[in-house]
Design a protein around this ligand. Structure first.
Ligand code: ATP
Ligand code: MG
Length: 718
């Protein structure tokens, strides 16, 4: 069979080429950001196909997100100049796991049409199980159980083999029993959760060697991108598959391991060399993405980590006019958003595409000010990997409370929160309210007000609904008499909504509280609650059209693997980045993971990177000075340019500062170096977040939309 001239091998460096053409035997590509790891994987698949070593259906390729899988498919097709038929096994671990499980569901007691529970269903189920065991749900919330079970599943642990001490750590020693009960319930419901998509498959392969052998034969070549962020279960899964042919190629970068808190284990890199002795380890050292300045900044920063495998990087993108990495400061986060938006508009005027610009934040609440600013300016933007700020579940809930207060006829809003937090209002009670509303032709809240005056509802439901109706009446009466920001806080407190999240011990709860605080903060710019709600509906109305040329906004976690000409990195302040929670809970390891996140952030930039920090943050309605992130100290001076913020000295920046005595005199010229001096002088300003124990990995971080929802999203369809 005639070989097509492999043009896809043009322009690759010798190491890349070696990683591509060494298709037999285990290969580990260990290399820094932007060295072409993903490109190597893609080209390797093209090579395997073009040389006839395997058919598309015989290649298993794992990507971190569904988006990455789609892009890879397109690139392969482009490389070999024909449409790639199928590639049915190119996807995320979850997508592939789902597919395998559907074929053999009966082997673990499921039917092939099993459903995959979303987080809400999962929690409801756990709640039932906790109650059934007679355990105090307030003390042992379902979300905490969920996170325990999640961790066990990430580590490939069944109810039968979790360490006894861990099993005892939840629910008065009943952690293990609850896990077992949960699995049993899932089976009766013909359902799985995310973790099962891998665990069940591992179990099937372990117990049914014939099935395993079939897959081992089928997958002649196995490839894995972002290998550093695989967890133990994923590793076990891979090892089972690859053990036979050993034609497995993993690419990764230990410096970009940023999902440790979700169970990823960098040690999988070491395990690989151990389990596949003689594996060819290829290092790529040339970075094709970034300028010298950007690469130097990132390399210098990450060198401060102790636990790394170590590698060197160089780039030849050495233009005389290359911009240094800019470090800029602002008075506060609002000014930060304004200044960065100005920069973006300037870039746009100079002919830069918005698509090539990204803002990478540490925590999702930071997005709010940017989104508001962009809407005001009419600057198109998209949020990648998760919902936009005002579309987040906790924000929608809070808004529903405010809407019901201002517009008592807003049935959708009322329905959304009538039983959030749980008020013991079952479907039956709500049906009755609906019935009355229809019969009388009045809104739900009004109907609720009527029905609680009758004997129709059960006493418990009646009193709890009456409590809610009375609350709305009270809040509404206060609309005119109280500053709306105070009222908003009162509504969230009195309704029990804030408390619901405070009692929630899951990993994402603190991030949600953070977002709620940001919501209250954002109101201060508006005259009244209705004015604010109007603003929000305008923001929500803006289009999120993927084909539009738009600025990309996302968390650092969601930015993995991506690249942009220009990257803005706001909020580099102690407590926010590195995140206080990571430091408190993770100690040195936590700090190092934060630093890797910073490395990921900087290395997304091709041509320019701008790092920002605000000198002040508003927290709980009061101002706190913040200390610039220690990561700024870790940047190499020759490659960094400190930009003095113009607005600090005139215009709004100045006037704001004037209002802000007593900070004013000390912090009038924030500037990075000045702040550094203050720090060196033993000044210990609180640091953003130090006063708050609410700091945490937020929901995004925990479940970057693409990475988690997306991971199985494709699979759920088929
Ligand atoms: P990350 O660690 O961030 O995931 P990576 O190692 O996967 O990075 P790629 O995204 O594959 O790197 O490549 C980075 C950029 O460099 C891409 O734009 C890619 O097309 C380009 N590139 C890679 N190899 C070469 C090459 N040999 N010649 C020209 N450009 C290249
Ligand atoms: Mg990559």
């Amino acid at each position: 069979r005639a070989m097509p001239a492999p043009t896809y091998l043009d322009n690759l460096n010798p190491e890349q080429r070696e990683a591509i053409v060494t298709i037999d035997g285990p290969v580990l590509v260990l290399a820094g950001a932007g060295t072409g790891k993903t490109r190597v994987l893609t080209t390797r698949i093209a090579h395997i196909l073009a040389t006839g070593h395997a058919r598309p259906s015989e290649i298993l390729a794992v990507t971190f997100t569904n988006k990455a899988a789609r892009e890879m498919k397109e690139r392969i097709a482009h490389l070999i100049g024909e449409r790639v038929e199928g590639m049915p096994w190119l996807g995320t671990f979850h997508a592939i796991g789902t597919k395998v499980l559907r074929r053999h569901a009966e082997l673990v007691g499921l039917r092939s049409d099993f459903t995959i529970l979303d987080t809400d269903d999962q929690l409801r189920l756990m709640k039932q199980i906790i109650q059934a065991e007679g355990i105090d749900e307030k003390r042992w919330p379902a979300r905490q159980l969920a996170s325990f079970i999640d961790t066990w599943k990430n580590r490939g642990l069944d109810p039968d083999n979790i360490p006894p001490l861990e099993a005892k750590a939840f629910g008065n020693g009943k952690g293990g029993d609850l896990y077992r009960a949960y699995q049993a319930r899932l089976k009766t419901l013909n359902a799985t959760d995310f973790g099962d998509l891998l665990l069940h498959v591992i179990k099937i392969w372990q117990r049914h060697p014939d099935v395993l052998a079939d897959y081992q034969r089928r997958f002649r070549y196995i490839l894995v991108d972002e290998y550093q962020d695989t967890n133990v279960a994923q590793y076990l899964w891979l090892r089972l598959l690859a053990m036979q042919t050993k034609n497995v190629c993993c690419v990764g970068d230990d410096d970009q391991s940023i999902y440790g808190w979700r169970g990823a284990e960098v040690d999988n890199i070491l395990r690989f060399e151990h389990d596949f002795p003689g594996a060819k380890v290829i290092r790529l050292e040339r970075n094709y993405r970034s300028t010298t300045h950007i690469l130097a900044a990132a390399s210098h920063l990450i060198a401060h980590n102790e636990s790394r495998l170590g590698k060197t990087l160089f780039t030849e993108k050495n233009h005389d006019d290359a911009e240094k990495v800019a470090v800029a400061s602002s008075w506060d986060s609002e000014e930060e958003a304004r200044s960065i938006s100005d920069e973006i508009e300037r870039l746009q005027r100079d002919g830069h595409k918005l698509n090539e610009i990204a803002i990478l934040v540490r925590a999702s609440f930071q997005m709010r000010e940017f989104e508001d600013r962009f809407v005001t300016l009419g600057l198109p933007y998209r949020v990648v990997g998760g919902p936009r700020f005002y579309e987040r579940a906790e924000i929608r809930d809070a808004l529903a409370y405010f809407r019901t207060t201002c517009q008592p006829a807003d049935d959708l809003a009322f329905e959304r929160i009538v039983n959030v937090p749980k008020r013991g209002l079952g479907d039956a009670s709500l049906q009755q309210v609906h019935g009355l509303a229809r019969a009388r032709g009045v809104p739900l809240l009004a109907a609720a007000g009527l029905i609680v005056e009758t004997e129709e509802l059960k006493p418990k439901a009646r009193s709890s609904l009456k409590g809610l109706v009375d609350s709305f009446t009270r809040w509404r009466a206060q609309l005119e008499h109280m500053p709306h920001t105070d009222l908003a806080g009162i509504i969230l407190d009195e309704s029990g909504y804030t408390e619901m999240w405070q009692n929630d011990r899951s990993a994402e709860a603190p991030g949600r509280l953070e977002n709620l605080k940001e919501l209250l903060r954002s109101m201060e710019d508006y005259e009244s609650l209705p004015a604010f709600l109007e603003h929000v509906s305008l923001v929500m109305d803006t289009e999120n059209d993927p084909s539009l040329d738009a600025v990309n906004v996302m968390t650092l976690h969601s930015a993995k693997g991506l690249e942009f000409d220009t990257v803005f990195l706001p909020g580099w302040e102690e407590g926010l980045f590195p995140h206080q929670r990571a430091l408190d809970e993770g100690g040195r390891a936590g700090l190092e993971e934060e630093r890797r996140l910073a490395y990921v952030g900087i290395t997304r930039a091709k041509k320019r990177a701008q790092i920002w920090f605000a000198s002040n943050r508003r927290i709980h309605g009061s101002w706190q000075t913040s200390i610039p992130s220690r990561f700024l100290d870790e940047l190499p001076e020759p490659h960094v340019e400190v930009i003095e913020s113009k607005s600090n000295y005139g215009g709004y920046g100045r006037s704001r500062f004037d209002q802000m005595e007593p900070f004013g005199s000390t912090y009038a010229t924030p500037g990075w170096q000045r702040a550094q001096k203050l720090k060196a002088g033993g000044r210990t300003a609180g640091g953003y977040g130090s006063s708050s124990d609410d700091y945490a990995q937020d929901e995004y971080d925990r479940a970057p939309g693409e990475a988690q929802r997306g991971r199985f999203g494709d699979a759920a369809g088929g």
